[in-house]
Design a protein around this ligand. Structure first.
Ligand SMILES: N[C@@H](CCC(=O)N[C@@H](CS)C(=O)NCC(=O)O)C(=O)O
Length: 262
């Protein structure tokens, strides 16, 4: 569980559930979906990633990586989207979003961790190359501020590449290959059952739907031929949380690279 001790002591006073998040962020979507599925009341602290509202000493004092999402629950600070949604299911067990202990729980864990394990090298690299580098590049002033606040070497390297020369062709090819393999595996898995971990919607589906959505709408990724994935996405679309956790927070200015298949 990624619980951190914040240097920004203000958050210790917060009561209830507070989420620091961004509309456009796939990692934030996971947490909003889990909150909505459980019908939990939460307070929004929205950070506009385009305006770099997350690159401040105040926010780095809450999340030491300067990333969204961050959940604050009665002063306890949890980071990392997979850990946050698991934390929510442990602390607010109804309705359950994890299968009981057993093979389905293990399958759920594998898909949950895999979604976040591919984030930086595949998901973020692909999206930044396709969409963000042009629209969301850091200004010189923001770059300077980022270099002062960020201590995570992988993130520093990622943002230097994104802001300067870009990713190498090898890095881009590797990112695309990881995504292709992941969605091909998703297609196979969904050929045998309705939801990723079995017959019930779970944290595994919550971890992957934001990747489907942002790859489709933001990066123009082609899901042609992935019929089981498309049918699963339709089932997701029918859930009220799809609207309240994804569509309602999607920035109007963020026009799709191509129309969503959903
Ligand atoms: N492993 C983290 C990744 C979080 C992450 O990279 N968040 C992105 C949005 S999806 C972000 O904050 N980007 C802003 C930046 O890199 O400066 C998680 O799963 O929560």
């Amino acid at each position: 569980m990624a619980e951190v001790t914040p240097s920004n002591q203000d958050v210790l006073e917060l009561k209830g559930l507070h989420l620091y998040h961004a509309g456009v962020s796939n990692c934030s979507m996971r947490v909003r979906i889990a909150l909505e599925e459980k019908g939990l009341a939460w307070t929004s602290h929205h950070l506009d990633l385009f305006k770099k509202e997350h690159i401040t000493p105040e926010y780095f004092g809450i999340n030491p990586n300067g990333l969204v999402p961050t959940l604050v629950h009665d002063g306890k600070v949890i980071i990392e989207s997979d850990d946050i949604i698991e934390y929510l299911d442990i602390n607010f067990p109804e309705p359950a979003l994890r299968p009981p202990e057993g093979p389905e729980r293990e399958t759920m864990e594998v898909w949950l961790r895999r979604a976040t394990a591919i984030h930086l090298k595949a998901v973020k690299t692909h999206i930044y190359e396709k969409r963000v580098r042009g629209q969301m590049a850091q200004s010189d002033e923001q770059k300077e501020q980022y270099e002062k606040l960020q201590t995570n070497e992988s993130l520093l390297e990622f943002h230097r590449k994104s802001a300067n020369d870009g990713f190498t062709q090898q890095e881009l090819d590797d990112a695309k290959a990881t995504l292709d393999q992941s969605f091909a595996d998703l297609e196979t898995e969904l050929g045998t059952r309705q939801w990723l971990a079995g017959n019930e919607f779970s944290l595994a589906d919550i971890a992957w739907v934001p990747l489907y959505f942002t790859m489709d709408v933001l990066a123009g990724y082609s899901f042609d031929g992935l019929d089981n994935v498309a049918a699963w996405a339709k089932r997701i679309e029918a859930r009220p949380s799809y609207k309240t956790a994804i569509l309602d927070w999607w920035p109007e200015a963020m026009t799709p690279l191509k129309q969503s298949n959903l």
